[in-house]
Design a protein around this ligand. Sequence first.
Ligand SMILES: C[S@@+](CC[C@H](N)C(=O)[O-])C[C@H]1O[C@@H](n2cnc3c(N)ncnc32)[C@H](O)[C@@H]1O
Length: 209
Amino acid sequence: MIENPTRASYDIIATDYAEYLANELDDRPVDRAMLAAFAEIAGAGGRVADVGCGPGRVTTLLHDLGLDAYGMDLSPGMLAVARKTYPHLLFEEGTMSALDVVDGELAGIVAWYSIIHIAPDQRPAVFAELHRALAPGAPLLLAFQVGDEALRVSEALGHEVALDFQRLRPERIADELTAAGFAMYATLVRERIGNDKVQQAVVLARRGV
Ligand SMILES: C[S@@+](CC[C@H](N)C(=O)[O-])C[C@H]1O[C@@H](n2cnc3c(N)ncnc32)[C@H](O)[C@@H]1O
């Protein structure tokens, strides 16, 4: 079997990645405001998935906001770190291309800097899958770097990796989400903070009812 380079890369950097980003959201109040708005719309009525959860820093924030949140990720290394750091939370291995939930099961989905690893031609199928998994009216929250570039990173946090990711245009994502059956709710584009290289976007949409 050919190893998935995204999974292998995140396995290698998992521990250092968790440390590097542990407190990153502390000085990003508008990012946290979007997560809080998402939590308020999702409510406490059902399970919420943090897809591409990595070390679980957003999963725990969603839990602290009162949600029944669990994390899901491609990388066993990331999941091991998440489970060790947050033993009270559930973390599952999987892919956002095929979620292990029945139609309409989820009260909300967050994909925080994880759709960046989906190839553009695969995004419509992934958005269709997220739509399938959500209950009518349930919110979807996406975070990503703003731009047009497809990038390949060969070194991260002192490790050799092979990570392909996309910078994305919020207008394009809005069009794709609308085509998948979502109603756009809010789009945040904020300026760079700390180590950000470009503007950052957070997009909030809801599954149509
Ligand atoms: C940039 S990290 C973000 C992690 C976390 N959301 C955070 O903000 O700390 C991207 C994560 O997405 C995961 N990922 C990439 N493609 C995925 C897929 N198709 N399904 C699930 N997770 C995926 C990676 O393993 C990695 O943990």
